[in-house]
Write a protein that binds this ligand. Structure first.
Ligand code: 8YV
Length: 341
């Protein structure tokens, strides 16, 4: 009797020409349309397969894998993996992988773009113009804050945070950072970045960017008390995970002149966005697209496919997926790495 091939589940439509590589080794169950899978649907899909290629939309924990007797590997398309319960997967000997590095520069580009947009009120100004409110040139209208010569605060100095620091040097910004662990002196020198404690970062940053992993420890780390320590002229940009910011407290600070402006690419209840945020003019809101250049999204899928093939013990790297999520990795404070992304 012919041995049956391992089976894998691809939870969302990705790039067919890249996902195609899975067909050489596996029977592929491809979800045809962008879908919201609830826990029961994920459990039902995982019950049938040896491996899965998933995105941040699929939350996989103890319950979802309880009946997945054959499951050996989960390849996450994303650097952040707070959608996965790593302890539960490890307890079952299921390999989990993510897609670091390939998205670093693209995500740093976007973080910078959001910070600039918030500081210079780009989307607010566009809305003003499109609404026919531009009645004539107003010397004092829509004034923003400078980036050049200002102080940048980076919370989470992993690869993406470092990418933002690198860009900041072209804008003559002073770079302060805070991280769970201080970086080696030569890395600080390379990025011209100064380590400060969290309160100093909040107090001194003209522009604060969040790129830290999401975990129980970073849940609502930017809350009302933290926001109160920031300058009323400052901006806040979040490209990490929504749960890092207390959105109600942020909306309140923005509405009451305690913070100049903000830019969010991630939301605690995404794709739902708190109506309090939507009602504000001084905030830039984008739908979780920081890694979304065509080249980078393709590179992420390619890496996830390589991971899945190797984790399931076939292909040139059989048994050695390029980017496993090892317990040690959870401590290296990569930007967007959950406990985090
Ligand atoms: C998206 C991200 O999550 O990599 C991450 O952690 O936040 C983004 O790149 C990813 O594209 C969707 O799975």
């Amino acid at each position: 009797m012919a041995e049956s091939r391992p089976k894998v589940w691809v939870s969302q439509p990705l790039f067919d020409d890249i996902v195609e590589r899975l067909h050489a080794h596996f029977d592929v169950v491809q979800v045809p349309d962008v879908s919201e899978h609830d826990a029961a649907a994920i459990a039902a899909a995982l019950r049938e397969v040896d491996g899965a290629l998933v995105t941040l939309n699929e939350r996989i924990g103890r319950d979802e894998i309880a009946d997945a007797a054959k499951l050996r590997a989960i390849a996450n398309v994303g650097v952040g993996y707070n959608n996965l319960d790593i302890d539960a997967l490890q307890a079952r000997g299921i390999v989990a992988t993510n897609t670091p590095d390939v998205l670093t520069e693209t995500t740093a580009d976007f973080g910078f773009a959001l910070m600039m947009a918030a500081a210079r009120r780009v989307t607010e100004a566009e809305r003003h113009l499109r609404a026919g409110q531009w009645q004539g040139w107003n010397f004092k209208g829509l004034l923003g804050a400078d980036l050049h010569g200002s102080t940048l605060g980076i919370l989470g100095m992993g690869r993406i945070g470092q990418g933002i620091a690198k860009r900041a040097s072209g804008f003559d910004m002073r770079v302060l950072y805070h991280n769970r662990s201080r970086l080696p002196a030569e890395v600080e020198r390379a990025f011209n970045a100064t380590y400060v404690d969290f309160d100093t970062l909040l107090a001194q940053a003209d522009h604060l960017v969040l790129v830290l992993p999401y975990s129980a420890a970073s849940h609502h780390i930017v809350d009302a008390a933290a926001l109160a320590k920031m300058q009323p002229t400052a901006t806040l940009t979040n490209i990490a995970r929504g749960g890092i910011v207390d959105e109600a407290a942020l909306a309140d600070a923005l509405a009451n002149g305690r913070l100049a402006s903000a830019a969010l690419d991630v939301f605690e209840g995404e794709p739902a966005v708190d109506p309090c945020l939507l009602a504000l003019d001084n905030i830039v809101l984008t739908p979780h697209i920081a890694s979304g250049s065509l080249a980078t999204r393709r590179a992420m899928v390619a890496l996830a496919v390589d991971n899945l093939i190797a984790a399931l013990g076939v292909g040139p790297d059989a048994g050695r997926p390029p980017s496993p999520i090892a317990p040690a990795k959870q401590d290296d404070n990569d930007a967007k790495r959950p406990g985090t992304a």
